[in-house]
Design a protein around this ligand. Structure first.
Ligand SMILES: [Zn+2]
Length: 148
């Protein structure tokens, strides 16, 4: 996803297109092209993410983050974003026990791996991202988190 215009820090960029919750009764339909790597996992749920939200790429030094609100999840700017700049989030925020894979994001501080687990991030990155964590993630992992 690329910015169509400039955004200031904290500005709402995009409402995540949550297609539906994946449940035992309504499982993922891989025969229809639905994929687990297009899902989000908020608060123990599995939610299929649609176009264009599912094209939001990872960066080890992202310019945006996800903000879960009552009605929906939004992408907010983490810093000033110029028109044309790629909008990225760090996939290691709001996840624990996920899958790791190689990272080639190109950020100066790239870890070389998308860890799939907030708690495996270097402690300074955990501190930096602490204010960005979702309320549900903080509640589920309160025993492992230090105060912001
Ligand atoms: Zn990286």
């Amino acid at each position: 996803m690329f910015a169509c215009c400039a955004f200031v820090s904290g500005e709402r960029i995009h409402r995540i297109n949550a297609v539906r919750e994946i449940t035992a009764e309504a499982p993922l339909r891989e025969d229809l092209g639905e994929r687990f790597d297009h899902c989000d996992y908020p608060d123990g749920k599995v939610v299929l993410i649609g176009f264009p939200s599912r094209h939001l790429n990872h960066s080890c030094d992202p310019n945006a983050y996800l903000h879960y609100e009552t009605d929906a999840c939004y992408v907010l700017a983490r810093r000033r974003i110029a028109a044309g700049e790629e909008i990225t989030i760090d996939y290691n925020v709001n996840i624990s026990g996920g899958t790791a894979w190689p990272c080639h994001c190109g950020a100066r501080r790239c870890l070389g791996t998308v860890l799939g687990d907030f708690f495996l991030l270097p402690s300074e990155m955990q501190s930096e991202y602490r204010p960005l964590l979702a309320e549900w993630f903080v509640r589920r992992h309160a025993h492992r988190l230090v105060a912001p």
